[in-house]
Design a binder for this molecule. Sequence first.
Ligand code: MN
Length: 195
Amino acid sequence: MATFQLIKLPYAADALAPVISAETIGFHHGKHLAGYVNNLNNLLPGSGLEDKSLVEIIATSEGAIFNNAGQILNHNLYFEALKPPTENNVPTGNIAKAIDGQFGSFENFKKEFSQKAATLFGSGWAWLSSDKTGKLLITQEPNAATTIGKGLKPLLTFDVWEHAYYLDYQNRRADYIAGLWSIINWNVVEIRYNA
Ligand code: MN
């Protein structure tokens, strides 16, 4: 039977400061994500989905199982594409070419993505995904939804649930979003895009 594990972060808890504090990482990774992992592991026995991968579970489930499986995948994609802050943090390679080709410039892309993340009502995720032709799409997905259900490949996501930013930014979601651009690991995003 599959037992899902909490991912280890590829950086120290305080490595994303001041954009995301160690306290937020402690709750977000250590409590929220750990909670989704525990919930899913408790829900799977007897569900008929015991031997499925996370993506298979997301594609074939609903309700509590879907919500917890989706939240695990979404958080793994989010946390694994972050890194310590740097100035002038921009994409390179194929993903940079695709962004420039489709949005005109990285600045235009940032503006559109930030606006989608800022205006998502309630809890959810802003996503950059690619379709089978390599075309990029920016979407808002509510609650635990990913873009896998739309037949897309998820590349980059901003978690805009309040638990992702409230300790550091309270109601200032736009400030959290602005900060995220300096801690995106574009190498990881490009590997996903090229895969
Ligand atoms: Mn979250």
